[in-house]
Design a protein around this ligand. Structure first.
Ligand SMILES: [Zn+2]
Length: 235
């Protein structure tokens, strides 16, 4: 299903410009909205001249903000982990920017990604979601989100938290890679294969190895920022 994706997250043609990072932006500080192009405001005048290098897949305001603030930052909160599991599954076959642009709609439609509530969705709720233009209206993906919520709750029960379960696939610690170029970033790894296999065995859907690897990158189980990205080893 996901094997056609060249690599998770940046997928598509940006790959040919691997390593060409660029743009002139101020370095974001914690709490600032890093994706906004507010370089020109007087109080940031000096910083505005500093060039900021970032992974080339991050193009467009939403993707830049996501790259600068979230991508690769270790997540240990179960609700957020569930959100990324659902969003990465919804992304299959589409661009990540499409999903980012629908993210707020997803949060509203899926009760803030509360797995307890999603697990209880009935046919009526699913039909309502299928009519919601703010999300990806794909019956298989929506049904998968509900089934995944149920499987997620079972894992929480068994392991105490989904966090404890999922991080075991990287031994509990983020794997910091040293990628010089985006094309060196793989679409899947032995770890994502193992994660995919185990999730499938436990009843999850839309959890192919490529989706799992994109998930691992998103929640910081692996750090795949290229080495000259300003976020490398900062996350
Ligand atoms: Zn980066």
């Amino acid at each position: 299903m996901a094997s056609s994706r060249a690599r998770p997250l940046f997928r598509r043609s940006e790959g040919s410009r691997a390593g060409r990072l660029g743009g002139t932006r101020k370095i974001p500080r914690p709490g600032e909205s890093a994706g906004l192009r507010d370089d020109a405001t007087p109080e940031h005048g000096i910083e505005a001249e500093l060039p900021t290098k970032r992974c080339a897949w991050a193009s467009g305001e939403a993707a830049i903000r996501y790259h600068d603030e979230e991508w690769g930052v270790p997540v240990h909160d179960d609700r957020t982990l569930f959100e990324f599991l659902i969003l990465e599954g919804a992304q299959a076959g589409l661009s990540w920017n499409t999903i980012l642009n629908k993210r707020e709609n997803y949060r509203k439609a899926f009760d803030g990604f509360d797995p307890e509530r999603v697990a209880r969705y009935d046919r009526r709720k699913i039909s309502q979601l299928l009519r919601d233009p703010g999300i990806v209206r794909n019956r298989l993906k929506i049904n998968a989100a509900v089934e995944n919520a149920k499987a997620f709750l079972r894992l929480q029960k068994e392991f105490g938290s989904f966090d404890r379960y999922i991080w075991q696939f990287v031994g509990g610690q983020p794997r910091v890679n040293r990628r010089k170029l985006l094309r060196q970033v793989p679409a899947r790894t032995a770890e994502s294969d193992a994660m995919s296999k185990d999730l499938k065995r436990r009843g999850f859907r839309f959890v192919g190895s490529t989706i799992c690897y994109a998930f691992m990158q998103a929640v910081g189980m692996v750090d795949d920022h290229v080495v000259d990205c300003f976020r490398y080893r900062l996350v």
